[in-house]
Design a protein around this ligand. Structure first.
Ligand code: 3EB
Length: 332
């Protein structure tokens, strides 16, 4: 099958009705705000609310859109919508004292759905994890508990960690674990690493019994209308957090890492004949652990990003206890 259509893209909307071009349709909506809801299909679009910030004026909706036509369904709790070329899905597991088994089931179900519907190329995931730095019923940090389950699903499915795409693993203020994903039927998917940061699935066990599995970015072809999805990016060099307690330092290193990942030298090393700078990145989500750091982070980001980029700042916890900020985005 030849894929000549434009890959899905998102807009950040402050109010309800999304603004769409003629041949576009909504693939799904993620509401970021001060509460959570169940996963559902509303007018044929998967929808959920995630509790990713603590002030109503920071709320917005991430509207994913793609070219028509679209079909949708609900399987194993996964609300999904698809075009000929792309599949978007949302699934949640409720708050619990232990997440590994439910996470393994959730990911196994996602892999099964992508296979049965015929979209084998997982291209991006977002994992919103409530109480991410709290300890579970066994004394294990919830993020590590989540990582155990995700790794188990890969074991069970015989899935190579290197095929896992760009991701976000971030805190939420309630709601258990919500997983949002995007997959493609064909075209090319190329996972991109960062030469200055250790590949996540090679992290030492000091960060948890099972490592996280995600790429630093994923290029989703076709060449025209393709996308570069950039993972949540932090102040990490090698596998170590840098600038402890210094949000400006961490934010600068996160942006340096993002620039390194998307630059021509790195992309070409991965076989992607493109090169980008920070000013090309749009629809950034910036996760900030401490409310008092929001203004500083906004300033540091504004100095290095495009003045026309959509940048959403969210106040939430971050996978590693010592990380104060994480930044994700995409390039059209
Ligand atoms: C890190 O780089 C910080 O578990 O899917 C960033 C992006 C992070 C994705 C994930 C975790 C995840 O290790 C945390």
């Amino acid at each position: 099958m030849s894929i000549s259509v434009t890959a899905p893209y998102c807009r950040f909307e402050k109010t309800g009705s999304p603004d769409l071009d003629g041949d576009e349709t909504v693939l799904g909506l993620i509401e970021h705000g001060t509460g959570h809801t169940d996963v559902s299909l509303v007018d044929g679009a998967p929808r959920t609310a995630v509790h990713t910030t603590t002030r109503d004026d920071e709320a917005f909706t991430e509207v994913w859109h793609a070219q028509r036509p679209v079909e949708s369904g609900m399987d194993n709790g996964i609300a999904w919508a698809r075009t000929d070329a792309y599949l978007f899905g949302v699934v949640r597991t409720g708050e619990s004292g232990r997440y590994a088994d439910a996470t393994a089931t959730l990911y196994t179900n996602v892999f099964a759905l992508t296979r049965s519907l015929g979209y084998p190329l997982l291209a991006r995931t977002w994992n919103y994890v409530s109480g991410i730095n709290t300890t579970n019923a066994d004394g294990l940090e919830v993020y590590r508990d989540f990582c155990v389950g995700r790794a188990q699903a890969l074991d069970e499915g015989g899935i190579d960690p290197a095929t896992m795409p760009a991701a976000t693993g971030i805190g939420a203020h309630g709601g258990g674990i919500t997983c949002v994903f995007l997959a493609a039927r064909g075209g090319v998917r190329i996972n991109i690493e960062n030469p200055a940061v250790l590949t996540a699935h090679h992290y030492p066990t000091t960060y948890g019994p099972r490592p996280p599995v995600f790429a630093r970015a994923t290029w989703l072809g076709p060449p025209e209308g393709g996308r570069l999805f950039i993972s949540a990016t932090a102040g990490i060099l090698g596998h170590r957090t840098v600038h402890h307690g210094d949000v400006t330092g961490q934010c600068e290193v996160a942006l340096d890492n993002m620039a390194r990942v998307i630059g021509a030298e790195n992309l070409r090393r991965h076989g992607v004949q493109r090169g980008h700078v920070l000013a090309d990145v749009d629809h950034l989500k910036v996760y900030v652990r401490r409310r008092e750091d929001l203004d500083t982070v906004r300033r540091v980001c504004a100095a290095r990003l495009s003045s026309t980029a959509a940048v959403a700042l969210l106040h939430t916890d971050i996978a590693r206890e010592d990380l104060l900020v994480e930044i994700e985005g995409m390039v059209a």
